[in-house]
Design a binder for this molecule. Structure first.
Ligand SMILES: [Cu+2]
Length: 277
């Protein structure tokens, strides 16, 4: 068979394969992609992951079709003498097509990815101390402090109270300020779609807005010493009234220790002399 015959069949099989796989990717795989749809950031990550999958589906199908086609169509029948095929010295139409198609895909993803970073106020990975993509409107700042081997949380709007629990109000834009007191940690709240580095001396800002109430997992995602694996917790997203009563209770409970806390600050520098005793 002539080369064009093979190319036509491979192209046809790729189109048919893509038409079958694409709806499965969009309607079955896409909605089940991590990290779910409990926050605006998480939903946006699911959308972006789905778009990435949709763009790569035709390429993946093409490669698999090509591989399988080659395995079956170009198989030497038993007993034939093995010889090289005729040499191929360039094929301008396919070279140009490949360059145009892959460049278009990569450029689209670069532009789409950049636009999405702004649309969802960062990727949930922390944008450093001076975020360039900010939500409009008011935010509730919540500080996340990593230390060997637990997270604590400070609420500057509520007198800088520090608590070992993370409770967030639903439908409010949260501005996490993630930092560390000792080594490098990583604040990972899977269901919120947030995974932000917690580095000593650094204020790492990440935004999130929970759209559903419920529990979420908190883990340290940076190997930070002996009890790193012990550094996990469960956080809660609750409605506004529950949040207000919870934070009032925390302020009451922690008032006696408040005088020992340093004033609220975006970073803390523990005094090693004092720590050494
Ligand atoms: Cu840690």
């Amino acid at each position: 068979m002539r080369l064009q015959g093979h190319a036509g069949r491979i192209a046809g099989l790729t189109v048919v394969g893509t038409a079958i796989v694409l709806p499965l990717v969009i309607f079955v795989l896409g909605p089940n992609m991590p990290p779910g749809n409990r926050t605006t950031g998480a939903s946006s990550q699911v959308n972006d992951n789905t778009v990435l999958l949709v763009v790569m589906t035709p390429f993946t199908v093409f490669i698999l079709v090509y591989l399988l086609y080659a395995v079956f169509a170009f198989r030497a029948s038993p007993g034939t003498e093995l010889r090289d095929g005729p040499p191929i010295r360039g094929h301008m139409p396919s070279q140009i097509a490949w360059l145009v198609v892959t460049s278009a895909a990569v450029l689209f993803l670069a532009i789409f990815g950049t636009a999405e970073l702004f649309a969802s106020n960062g990727s949930g990975g922390g944008e450093g101390p001076k975020p360039i993509a900010k939500p409009s409107g008011s935010v509730l700042p919540v500080q996340v402090i990593g230390q060997q081997w637990e997270f604590t949380f400070r609420y500057p709007t509520y007198g800088g109270v520090e608590t070992p629990e993370l409770v967030l109000p639903v439908d409010r834009e949260i501005e996490f300020h993630v930092t560390s007191l000792d080594v490098i940690h990583s604040f990972w709240a899977y269901e919120l779609g947030v995974k932000a580095d917690a580095n000593p001396g650094v204020d790492n800002v990440a935004y999130v807005k929970a759209t559903k109430t419920g529990d979420f997992q908190i883990r340290c995602a940076e190997l930070c010493g002996l009890w790193h694996g012990y550094m996990f917790d469960t956080g809660q997203v609750v409605d506004n009234a529950q949040f207000e009563s919870w934070i009032a209770g925390q302020r009451k409970q922690f008032t006696p220790v408040e005088k020992y806390l340093p004033p609220y600050s975006l970073t803390y520098h523990p005094d090693p002399q004092a720590r050494a005793g």
